[in-house]
Write a protein that binds this ligand. Structure first.
Ligand SMILES: [Zn+2]
Length: 324
């Protein structure tokens, strides 16, 4: 009897899971991804300038791929299994070369949660070791968070998976007739970011080290290091930059805008703690008008103040402990 009950309940769970996974398609939950060829053999899937929600299924991120004579390199894997599967389908409609390697620029879910699907097609998935650690540490909680924000339908079948190649040092990948430079930049936007430069066309995939016309997110950031990385990237020999979020970058003004905003956040949070403001004061403070054009500003500003304020308070206690 117990066995029958167990198998009936297992069946019910299975049926529910199947219904959840079917519902994504039944309810028309497809992303409609279109590959935009921004340079010879370099393609981008542009994300929306929104926060993730039930309508967009987390399609707020830029992903892309580079087609060589021998093979394809994919860059980032999107927020869900459905996104990654759609991405792979579109790549295959453009080229029959194998997607031999995939770079995941960092562990944030909109960039990394599709990686299981790339492993499934035998692509070698590369990540910074710190990003791998972040994914394994936070992944399960982030899936729950995304289910709440976007609905379970979009997340059906999405599982946390590990990359299978670590990027600790810069390396070059020969794609056939073109070379991709893969370069780790530690501790800026997150503890482990990686950027990719297609050397043939001078196209730089910067991941979330560049947010263009959109408020950067800082919960895992170290702002002084991030500012150094902006200088590093600014000095590189690029023709165009694909940011993690926002439209194509073709001039240097993005570097000034980002540095200005990040420095402002850091300084305001430090001053606010020093003044003895409450966290609520800091989170509801007015943002200077020069930043008002950034998309998702209001929510990101509050989130940024929340994390920076807490971090600075903690540092204050740590410093006191070190003295005493
Ligand atoms: Zn990110």
């Amino acid at each position: 009897m117990t066995i029958i009950r167990t198998s009936i309940s297992a069946f019910v769970v299975l049926a529910a899971l199947l219904a959840a996974s079917l519902s994504a398609h039944a309810r028309g939950l497809t992303y409609g991804l279109q590959a935009d060829e921004i340079a010879d053999g370099v393609y981008v899937f542009w994300g929306l300038q929104e926060n993730w929600n039930v309508q967009n299924g987390g399609n707020i991120v830029n992903t892309g791929f580079i087609v060589g004579d021998k093979e394809v390199l994919a860059i980032d894997t999107g927020p869900t299994k459905f996104y990654a599967d759609e991405m792979i389908r579109v790549i295959r409609s453009i080229t029959d070369k194998p997607i031999r390697n995939t770079v995941v620029t960092h562990h944030h879910p909109d960039h990394s949660f599709g990686l299981q699907r790339f492993k499934k097609i035998n692509s070698r998935v590369m990540m910074h070791p710190e990003a791998r650690a972040g994914l394994l540490r936070d992944g399960a909680a982030l899936i729950g968070f995304m289910e709440i924000a976007m609905g379970q339908g979009w997340m059906a079948g999405t599982e946390i998976d590990k990359p299978n190649k670590s990027i600790r040092q810069s390396m070059k990948l020969d794609l056939g007739g073109r070379t991709a430079l893969i370069m780790p930049l530690d501790g800026g936007h997150t503890p482990g970011d990686v950027i990719v430069m297609d050397q043939k066309t001078g196209t730089l995939f910067a991941g979330d080290l560049i947010f263009h016309q959109r408020a950067p997110t800082v919960p895992h950031a170290d702002i002084p290091t991030w500012l150094d990385h902006l200088n590093t990237m600014s000095a590189m020999d690029w023709q165009r930059i694909v940011p993690g979020h926002g439209p194509l970058v073709t001039d240097r003004s993005v570097f000034n805008m980002m540095a200005d905003y990040l420095e402002y956040l850091q300084q305001f949070a430090e001053d606010s703690v020093a003044r003895g403001d409450t966290l609520a004061d800091a989170m509801t403070s007015d943002v200077p008008e020069r930043f008002h054009g950034l998309s998702t500003l209001q929510i990101e500003y509050r989130r940024s103040m929340l994390s920076l304020f807490r971090k600075i308070e903690t540092q204050d206690f740590d410093a006191a402990a070190a003295v005493n």
